[in-house]
Design a protein around this ligand. Sequence first.
Ligand SMILES: [Zn+2]
Length: 255
Amino acid sequence: MNIIDTHCHIYLKEFKNDIDAVIKRAEDEGVQQFYLPAIDSTCIDSMLKLEENYPGKCIPMMGLHPCSVNENYKDELKIAEQWLAKRKFVAVGEIGLDFYWDKTFTTQQYDAFRIQIEWALHYNIPIVIHTRNAMQETIDVVKEYPGKGLRGIFHCFSGDEKNAKEIIGEGFYLGIGGVITYKNAGLAEVLEKIDLQYMVLETDSPYLTPVPFRGKRNESSYLKYVIEKLALVKNTTIENVAEITTANAQKIFGA
Ligand SMILES: [Zn+2]
């Protein structure tokens, strides 16, 4: 099987001691590629180091996470912007709006989001969106760019059917991860009504670990549990889930 983890932070310190084993375990489960969303300037070195060790396998993005938007966000944006000008990245991410943890910098989050969308349009690459407690607000920002070729993934999708259809209608894909295995999340019921054609797989490692390892560190080999659950929800085989979601990811990232 050829599976793609479209969203994992396996360059973080949580993996410092066993990253090679983590990648090996994932490969043993069929995971062939790992897309690495940036968070802020503190993670760029370790992210690019991982790419250097696994070229073509660990693939970095560039961007400023909404939770890292604070009074210094213009400086942070400058760093990301310089990197994008310096070399090729497959996507601008992860970017978006997060009103869950802190609403102090709401205005700045909107500004950073729109500035980074402009970069993606300029380089003609997709965006990877993080949204929390801000689903409709995020969709509304995306809708400000009709016909401009804006595209990408709503990472860790956990909205309702209406949100899903609106996102798909804008030409975006849904990133599906461990949340699908959480009983109370209601995501499985939503995805029953959405075609696999609009989904990609992700772990968000080390976060959002699927059942049965919920609460522990997440890693890409656990995509196995996400695929199993998604196959069940869509009443199909795990091979079919892998094939369709991998083709979707390749289309998005131009691989
Ligand atoms: Zn993430």
